[in-house]
Write a protein that binds this ligand. Structure first.
Ligand code: 5AD
Ligand code: SF4
Length: 481
């Protein structure tokens, strides 16, 4: 999964939404409302990828069904939940720090329950309860339906644990309680788990086998969001290109290209995004579908991880440098105005200087609009942890990462400079971070554009914006109406 950033060495280049979002509390964007004292309240904090944020909305929905009300006020919470990530060690450390704070709250207010959800719960299972004695609930990503029962168990003084991974669970019938009540852009989870076994990655162990969600339930969710005023949906999955669902009644197969088309047809002014694509699975059929529908955004997140074929082999990515380059060429040919972004890992096991240089040259070749960049962090139990020594020193990892960041920053700057003078259709998301006088929103290529507000326009509307200036992270423009 992308849209993820917990790396302390990262520079400003890539302060895309997620860095700010880490730890965000359920319904942060809702207007401040006095919490009614009546009834039981839960508080939830999320870390990691968008899938986790999306899962927190499912959890919220399940808890609301049994009478729990959401609160963003920790002191008011009877149940404190943290939806965790295991992708890098740093992500786990952050969660442990948060647990110290929850422990303190619990001591002040005995009876408060603390629950750990998500990937870290899955990875550590009941070991969590030995390591973190004040944790009452440990619930893996496929066990959220069991939460009401587990909470009841914990209220009776026992520990509630369910880390059972499922082959079927997709939460298809659960209507998520949306985190962002401003209602412009929402995530729709279309599949769960991952069957890819990249050697560095813990996800197959924490999220289990890949399974695709009922296409009609996805469509219904998109439709409902549109009717409620949303104007953008992002279809989420660890590897969306391997989406595959058979209609049990007709036996017809729905692949990702079909699904994209179905969602694009919900309404011409509903933007469709998706994440994450896998270079080995992204087909020309998908590319042609993107090209065909103006409301399917011209933006593909296509993580390369490394630009060197030997490293890619050790990573078990199942494609090589040439294959990846061919996919980039195909995107350019079929969707000429498409922006491409990436995830990159510096300092994977035994990576040589020459192999590292191949990653740098790939950034140039692919001309990424932006990338999420990390240094390798060995995860217990993964293929790489078992097979390859983590033999690149931290110093070298950090230096290589910095070189990658510096280059990507230049490439992003150049990419953005090319947009100066162009007019883009922007979906207004809200006020810009820096000024209430300005709006911000994205173009189809997923670039953030900031421009002075114009009377009569509000979030959720489209507006044409002329780009006047650009940094490596943002475009600055002026509305053209
Ligand atoms: N170390 C560093 N980065 C990792 N990622 C996944 N596992 C690791 C790891 N062990 C990165 C990959 C992935 C992104 C979500 O996180 O680049 O695409
Ligand atoms: Fe998302 Fe889990 Fe992977 Fe973290 S480890 S990025 S939460 S799937």
């Amino acid at each position: 999964m992308h849209l993820y950033n917990d790396n302390p060495t990262l520079l400003d280049v890539q302060h895309q939404m997620n860095e700010e979002q880490q730890g965000e509390v359920f319904y942060k964007n809702t207007p401040e409302q006095p919490d009614s004292e009546a009834g039981k309240h839960f508080y939830i904090e999320s870390y990691g990828c968008q899938m986790n944020f999306s899962d927190s909305e499912i959890v919220a929905s399940i808890l609301a069904e049994v009478g729990f009300k959401p609160t963003r006020n920790l002191e008011l919470a009877d149940l404190i939940l943290v939806n965790t990530c295991s992708i890098r060690e740093k992500a786990e450390e952050t969660v442990r720090k948060r647990l110290r704070i929850f422990d303190a709250i619990k001591r002040q207010k005995p009876g408060t329950l603390v629950g750990v959800l998500g990937c870290m719960a899955e990875r550590l299972k009941s070991k969590f309860l030995e390591e973190e004695r004040l944790v009452d609930l440990v619930v893996g990503p496929d066990a959220y339906r069991d939460l009401p029962k587990l909470v009841a168990t914990a209220e009776d003084g026992d520990k509630g644990v369910n880390v059972f991974l499922s082959r079927e669970e997709t939460y298809a019938d659960i209507s998520p309680l949306r985190l962002d009540s401003k209602g412009v852009s929402a995530f729709i989870s279309i599949m769960r788990g991952c069957d890819n076994m990249c050697s560095f990655c813990v996800v197959p162990f924490t999220r289990g086998r890949e399974r695709s969600r009922d296409a009609f339930s996805i469509l219904a969710e998109a439709q409902e969001l549109y009717e409620r005023g949303y104007r953008e949906v992002t279809l989420l999955g660890q590897n969306v290109d391997s989406y595959k669902w058979t209609n049990p009644e007709t036996e017809t197969l729905v692949n990702f290209a079909h699904l994209l088309e179905m969602v694009a047809l919900v309404a011409p002014d509903l933007r469709v995004r998706f994440s994450t694509s896998h270079p080995k699975d992204i087909t020309n059929e998908v590319l042609h579908t993107i090209a065909k529908y103006p409301n399917i955004c011209k933006y593909i997140h296509l993580p390369v991880q490394s630009g060197n074929s030997n490293v890619l082999e050790r990573m078990n990515r199942t494609y090589d440098r040439e294959w990846y380059m061919e996919r980039i060429e195909a995107i350019r040919q079929i969707i000429p105005d498409c922006a491409i972004s990436s995830d990159i890992i510096a300092g994977f096991c035994s990576e040589t200087e020459a192999e590292h240089q191949d990653t740098l040259s790939m950034i140039e070749f692919a001309d990424y609009s932006m990338s999420y960049m990390f240094f390798y962090s060995e995860r217990p139990g993964t293929l790489a942890a078992r097979k390859y020594p983590d033999d690149i020193t931290l110093e070298v990892k950090k230096r290589r990462l910095q070189e990658i960041i510096n280059l990507q920053s230049q490439v992003s700057y150049r990419h953005n400079q090319r947009d100066v003078g162009k007019v883009y259709e922007v979906l207004i998301e809200g006020d810009s971070r820096k000024s209430e006088q300005d709006f911000c929103g994205r173009n189809s290529q997923n670039k953030m554009i900031v421009f002075p507000k114009v009377p009569g326009y509000q979030p959720g509307q489209y507006i044409n914006v002329l780009i006047k200036a650009a940094s490596s992270a943002t475009l600055i423009g002026e509305a053209k109406i």
